[in-house]
Design a protein around this ligand. Structure first.
Ligand SMILES: [Zn+2]
Length: 447
């Protein structure tokens, strides 16, 4: 007998949409399509799309060290309510940064029992930790995050000049470098010039991180990856000119993958200018023209994954009234609860594309790229019984008070659309259903 049956669904795989049911046994998918009713507990999801449990491959849940900004308790419950069943957590906005195996283990202990969804960890990538990469890999790091530009004193840069050494250190275990790509020389110089001149308005911040800075860093990273034959993942592509370089590199056989986020596909620099620091992130949001062109690269497969880059902070840290103006405000925004709904509406209702696109970008592709594809990301017998159900016509509006984040700020406040998450299932257990979150966090560490 099954443990659970979800029946009368519209199943969405990464290549097909068809009516059917799923049967769950021991936390795994045991049957798909025609599933005989054997008396097992049953949920009727008539008329709803049933996706594989969706993956957010880039989040900052800020533990250890910055519980003042976000916590696993809050953010993972937001993920579950938002239809995400797996998150990949970044090694920065952590104190200490996750740059050794011992720190990974300490982080695992701290998080254990506090996540409503399954999770895996990134390790850090900067010159001082090249000697630790193999051990972090052995301890389950799914990829290694580096910054080509200055981020914070707690997380040293991965200079583009040192990328050959980084790729050489990753090579023995074919590790994946995940890079934040903005040119440090350009961004640092522009910021210093503007701040020194007292030009610290929102427009000045945007101008200090121009598309050229992203393009330049992406070009350098691609060249280094091509030289070494290593695997490279470009984080949060914000501009179509950067995506074009990735498209060309893929055509040449460079082992590169890429992600983008709802803020670059839905919002623009105008949101930063008018709504302020709640919309500040880096790279920053771009023009409407750039946003519209970025969609081409998502839909043609150049951009593999959709993620939130959830990296919130309290309102006090979003303050732009200090001497450094907009430059002094925290750069990073929330999104783990709203990515699935906003991207479903945009892909299916606004762009008229297949829901399979969402099953690719938050299912099969991130699972493959980050080495989770034997457990996660697809509707296949034997995989973890993780499901995200969406009522395609149910309308929604994003309201800050509905967010389960530690701080209820969202750059998507006021956004409306259709396609609401109704049910989230993790390894056969209902984590969220119609407004109700399960009582106990049951998320587990992956790898
Ligand atoms: Zn990030």
């Amino acid at each position: 007998m099954y443990d659970l049956i979800l029946k009368h669904a519209v199943l969405v795989t990464d290549s097909a949409v068809f009516p059917g049911a799923v049967g769950v046994k021991d936390g795994k998918i045991a049957a798909i399509g025609e599933v005989a009713d054997d008396g097992a507990p049953c949920i009727d999801v008539r008329g709803q799309y049933l996706f594989p449990g969706l993956i957010d491959c880039h989040v900052h849940f800020n533990q250890p060290g910055f519980d003042s900004r976000e916590t696993f308790d809050c953010a993972s419950s937001a993920a579950a309510v938002g239809g995400v069943t797996t998150v990949l957590d970044m090694p920065l906005n952590n104190r200490p940064a996750t740059s050794t195996a011992a720190r990974m283990e300490a982080k695992k202990q701290l998080i254990a029992g506090h996540s409503w969804v399954d999770y895996a960890l990134y390790g850090a990538l900067f010159p001082a930790c090249y000697g630790d990469l193999a051990e972090m890999h052995a301890h389950g790091a799914v990829a290694f995050k580096g910054f080509t530009c200055d981020d914070s004193a707690l997380f040293p840069m991965q200079p583009v000049e040192a990328l050959p050494r980084a790729f050489a250190a990753l090579k023995p275990f074919d590790g994946l470098a995940a890079l934040h790509c903005e040119d440090d020389v350009m961004c640092t110089r522009l910021a210093q010039e503007k701040i020194a001149a007292g030009h610290t308005a929102r427009r000045d911040y945007l101008d200090s991180r121009p598309p050229e800075a992203e393009v330049r860093a992406v070009r350098a990273a691609l060249a280094a990856a091509e030289q070494s034959g290593a695997r490279l993942h470009i984080c949060h592509v914000s501009h179509p000119d950067a995506a074009q370089l990735i498209r060309e590199a893929k055509a040449r056989g460079v082992r590169v993958t890429a992600e983008t986020c709802p803020q670059y596909l839905l919002l623009t620099e105008q949101d930063v200018l008018t709504r302020g620091m709640v919309c500040k992130c880096s790279p920053p949001m771009r023009t409407a023209e750039a946003r519209d062109r970025l969609w081409d690269y998502l839909l043609d497969g150049t951009i593999d994954c959709l993620c939130s880059d959830h990296s919130p902070a309290p309102m006090e840290e979003k303050d732009e009234s200090g001497p450094r103006g907009a430059f002094g405000a925290w750069s990073g925004l929330s999104g783990v609860q709203t990515t699935v709904m906003s991207m479903f509406d945009a892909i299916v209702h606004q762009k008229g594309a297949s829901p399979c696109v969402l099953a690719q970008k938050m299912g099969s592709r991130p699972a493959e790229i980050f080495g989770l594809d034997r457990q996660k990301g697809r509707l296949v017998v034997g995989m973890d019984a993780d499901f995200t159900c969406i009522d395609p016509e149910r309308s929604w509006e994003i309201r800050p008070e509905d967010m389960r984040y530690k701080h209820k700020l969202t750059p998507f406040a006021g956004c409306r659309g259709r396609g609401a998450v109704t049910l989230t299932v993790l390894r056969g257990s209902v984590v969220y259903r119609d407004g109700v979150l399960s009582a106990v966090p049951e998320g587990k560490l992956l790898r």
